[in-house]
Write a protein that binds this ligand. Structure first.
Ligand code: GAL
Length: 407
């Protein structure tokens, strides 16, 4: 009897431990792909680079990409940190090769992708390519480009092809109204698993949103266990309204950000019609968000003022801060955001979304600060603002952002 009791209690203990272990390794609520990051070590800080989609769309050519590579170098943007050169949709031929491999469009990319990868690497840059996560790429799904060359079911083979061309970055885009959440999880996880074993470190950038009705899946789920960077919203448009709306949406999911797992608010559209103040605002908010900084413009035509904005050292240092936490609105105020930086530092952004100059003020208490000695230096203007009566106040020009580092 006693023995039986001991056996029963051992069995119960084993069962309980199994339950506890299962509970510990299970996904935290809402996080897809598990608690760990998808591809450890590929991106300690948010990836920075250039993407072809905004400036060139589906008519992108090899000559254009080479010219962008040259411009990244000559403008100093490579040395400022913009390293990934990503060729988006339409680089591929509308048919796969006889053996099933993806292949470059022979007319627009006559030298092929391996040669382009070499051109990119020879200039100290990294190489990225777009793929369709479902059965088609986005333009194929929309019927504006022929074929159905999506990677669903052949992720491992496509990862190997991209690796053989020297790719360092894969952008995998859902863009389909076919499929449930489970199908997206399977498709993106297959890419993650393929990149884990392909033998070459690659960033995995995913967009689960396009083609899907309702709340964008990038907002609804934390994909940090599946991808290095995840688009949270649908495509950015080159205007202040779009920049503003996207920043707000991404600010809501700020706690997801960590090393190797970044929320992606889409490309920087500086140079695509944003005014100088709106350009500063986009750069400030993207840096506050610890967002990937992908230039979505024709760099051969970028004005020196815009080059200076996106190359601003303080903004890049903020974006790339090693703590890799995202800033978020202070007490739900969309105008004022704070972000922890460095060992114990703090950055505070104040954005004027109106069309008139505006005095924006934030209480020290809401920033967790006290004392008369607190001051902020606006890193765009180098002006110093001393706290008064327990608050920091800055007059901000219409559409502009003051980015204070607290000293
Ligand atoms: C969209 C995606 C864009 C771009 C485009 C290419 O789904 O959001 O960033 O990749 O497809 O067709």
């Amino acid at each position: 009897m006693r023995r039986r009791l001991i056996r029963l209690s051992l069995a119960l203990t084993a069962l309980l431990s199994a339950v506890i272990v299962t509970a510990c390794v299970a996904d935290p609520p809402g996080r897809v792909g598990g608690d760990g990051v998808a591809l450890p070590g590929v991106a300690a800080t948010p990836p920075m680079g250039w993407n072809s989609w905004q400036p060139f769309g589906c008519s992108v050519t090899e000559a254009q990409v080479r010219a962008q590579v040259d411009a990244l170098v000559s403008s100093g943007l490579r040395d400022a940190g913009y390293r990934y050169v990503v060729v988006d949709d339409c680089w591929n031929a509308s048919d796969r090769a006889e053996d099933g491999a993806l292949q470059a469009d022979p007319t627009r990319f006559p030298s092929g992708m391996a040669a382009l990868g070499q051109y990119v690497h020879a200039r100290g840059l990294k190489f990225g390519l777009y793929v369709g996560a479902s059965d088609k790429t986005c333009t194929q799904y929309q019927g504006v480009y022929p074929g159905a060359t999506g990677s669903r079911g052949v992720e491992t083979r496509d990862a190997a092809t991209l690796a053989s061309w020297g790719a360092d970055f894969v952008k995998s885009d859902w863009c389909s109204s076919n499929g449930r959440h489970e199908d997206q999880v399977e498709a993106f996880t297959a890419w993650r698993n393929a990149l884990r074993t392909v033998g070459r470190p690659m960033v995995l950038s995913i967009n689960p949103n396009s083609g899907v009705a309702g709340t964008p899946p990038g907002q609804a789920f934390d994909w940090g266990g599946v991808a290095t960077m995840t688009r949270v919203t649908n495509d950015i448009a080159p205007n202040f309204q779009s920049v503003s709306t996207i920043a707000d949406a991404v600010g809501l999911v700020a706690p997801r950000t960590r090393v190797d797992a970044f929320n992606d608010p889409d490309m920087l559209v500086v140079g695509q019609g944003l005014s100088a103040s709106h350009a500063r605002t986009q750069m400030s908010l993207w840096a506050m968000l610890a967002a990937p900084l992908m230039l979505g413009t024709d760099l051969t035509r970028l004005s020196s003022e815009n080059v200076a904005t996106v190359a601003n050292r303080a903004m890049i240092a903020l974006d790339q801060d090693a703590r890799a936490v995202s800033g978020a609105p202070v007490a739900g105020d969309a105008e004022v955001w704070s972000r922890a930086i460095g060992q114990k530092g703090l950055a505070v952004s104040m954005t004027n979304r109106t069309s008139k100059p505006k005095l924006i003020s934030v209480s020290l208490a809401s920033l967790g600060l006290t004392g008369d000695t607190v001051a902020g230096v606006d890193v765009w203007t180098s002006k110093r603002y001393q706290a008064r009566d327990g608050a920091l106040a800055v007059r901000v020009a219409p559409g502009d952002t003051a980015l204070l580092e607290i000293v």
